[in-house]
Ligand binder design. Structure first.
Ligand code: XMP
Length: 508
């Protein structure tokens, strides 16, 4: 299979580079530079050296055997990778703080295979202190900026290219074009890789690795854990056991839908633990959001632990970790806004040998594509994110079975109306919240005094920031009218017009 190696020197955009390559239907994998023997380089159609925080002259900086440049395999060096390539080939690198460039910079390109289709001047994204002062012998300078005399270089004969800027980020105007040029003009890729291959290869790999082993998966019904579970199921069949903890904080009919899908459609070994009452008891009288989250997270682990104990020793634990989770968990000491409840806390309580994370390199849209490929129903694949603590953080104040029922009904109506208006896939997330404030209403000739429901819809790429969605009035009107008519106990419906920040997506 045609594939590109993203040789990781510690840059922050490494997975993004791989993703950009895969968008062009060429398979790419990111591997740490220290784990790839030179002999394996020829297995690849091309290699991309990533950026990295170091200076090539640092003793501790990551280096690679310069013979890589003579393997007949095209190489593209990006940022630190560009400097490293220059250094390997005998060029001169300068460390000069005064010329560090950060942000959008005008780049002037010369004609070459890498820059086909680029205008003479375009915007590129720079983030560096060191720069290449003199291109190595055999290389030609093919691009410059005001403070970077060798912002791009090439040795066309050996198919070696280097750029000081980051073509993988969207701020680089022609970045996608440059990567396309590298893949197709320089490496001669065919571009025939697709999700079907990724899925087929993963299944084959796990089948070989795990035959005869016991595998356990905590299934939440969310997209990621569902895709991971189905993939592993295709590889090991009945040796996979899924544990689905129904904490009673799911949306209307959700628990049954999840169970039915996996048991009937995929014939999987699934243990549904009906722990609704147990969670309700623990949450009784609790109003403080962080406490709710902690209680649910802990109780979830307890329930899972009990089930896992019944199963006994397992060899592998499957987790639906996807690439954004990997970035976030490495984010260092960012302050805790909310304690996110995920299955991340499980490993220490389960007796297993190893964790398997089949989706670790994929972005959300790629996970969805894999899900469809695996035959998971579209409504499950396209589900919007749903927080681990579920409706508990959408019922403000203390939680009761009755309040949860009211919210479930209101939320279901809102979702129906969003789907009927065709907005369900274009809106990043939307849901109802049950507040603890009451207001006076009138129904028939009688006074009512009922709950207030908030409708919330947000548009976002990454959920770190979000804008409230400008939903059509007709959709809001229909949802409001149906909710007040059909859900007993609700007198008022309001729409949340706050962005994140200053608000968060969820209310608690
Ligand atoms: P916030 O409210 O932090 O939400 O702006 C951002 C995104 O994260 C989801 N969310 C969670 N997801 N466990 C999760 O798996 C959680 O505890 C949790 N809390 C919030 C939220 O639904 C939104 O998509």
């Amino acid at each position: 299979m045609e594939k590109i190696l993203v040789l990781d020197f510690g840059g922050q955009y490494n997975q993004l580079i791989a993703r950009r390559v895969r968008e062009n239907h060429v398979y790419a994998e990111v591997r740490p530079f220290s784990k790839v023997p030179l002999e394996e380089i020829r297995d690849y159609a091309g290699v991309i050296f990533t950026g990295g925080p170091n200076s090539v002259y640092d003793e501790k900086s990551p280096h690679y055997d310069p013979a890589i440049l003579n393997q007949g395999v095209p190489v593209l060096g990006i940022c630190y990778g560009h400097q490293l390539m220059a250094w390997m080939a005998g060029g001169e690198i300068c460390s000069a703080g005064s010329v560090s460039e950060y942000g959008k910079v005008t780049f002037r390109a010369d004609a070459c295979a890498l820059f086909e289709g680029l205008p003479e001047e375009s915007v590129c994204w720079m983030s560096h202190t060191d720069y290449v002062r003199t291109a190595p012998a055999g290389f030609t300078v093919v691009g410059r900026t005001d403070s970077c005399p060798c912002a791009a270089m090439c040795d066309a004969e050996r198919k070696l290219y280097g750029v000081q800027f980051h073509p993988e980020v969207t701020h680089t105007e022609y970045g996608k074009q440059i990567l396309r040029n590298f893949l197709f003009n320089v490496c001669g890729c065919a571009g025939d890789w697709n999700m079907e291959d990724f899925v087929a290869n993963s299944i084959a790999k796990y089948r070989e690795q795990l035959t005869g082993k016991k595998v356990l998966c905590a299934l939440s019904g969310g997209v990621d854990s569902s895709v991971a579970a189905v993939l592993l199921h295709k590889a090991v069949g009945k040796n996979l056991t899924c544990v689905f903890v129904d904490h009673g904080l799911l949306r209307k009919d959700e628990g049954d839908m999840v169970e039915r899908t996996f048991r009937e459609r995929f014939d999987m070994e699934i243990i549904r633990v009906n722990a609704q009452q147990r969670f309700l008891d623990k949450l009784s009288g609790v109003t403080e959001p962080e406490r709710k989250r902690k209680i649910i997270g802990e109780e979830f682990i307890r329930v899972f632990e009990e089930e896992a104990r019944k199963i006994g020793k397992v060899n592998y634990l499957v987790q639906g970790t996807i690439y954004p989770d990997v970035i976030e968990s490495g984010a260092g000491d960012a302050s805790v806004i909310k304690s996110h409840h995920n299955v991340g806390g499980l490993p220490s309580v389960v007796d297993f040998d190893e964790i398997i994370e089949p989706l670790r390199t994929l972005f959300k849209d790629e996970v969805r594509a894999a899900g469809l490929e695996l035959g998971i129903p579209a409504d499950l694949v396209w589900r919007q994110p749903f927080p681990g603590p579920g409706l508990a953080i959408r019922v403000l104040g203390d939680i009761t079975a009755e309040k949860l029922d009211i919210l479930r009904e209101a939320d279901a109506i809102f979702r129906e109306e969003m789907a009927a208006a065709g907005l369900d896939r274009t809106t990043s997330q939307y849901f109802a919240v049950l507040t603890d404030s009451r207001s006076v209403g009138v129904m028939g000739d009688a006074r009512t005094y009922g709950c207030t429901v908030v409708l919330r819809a947000v548009t976002t790429d990454d959920f770190m920031t979000a804008d409230w969605t400008r939903l059509p009035y007709e959709v809001l009107a229909r949802a409001s009218s149906r909710i007040t008519n059909e859900v007993k106990g609700i007198t008022r419906v309001v729409y949340d017009v706050t962005s994140k920040p200053p608000a968060t997506v969820e209310w608690e």
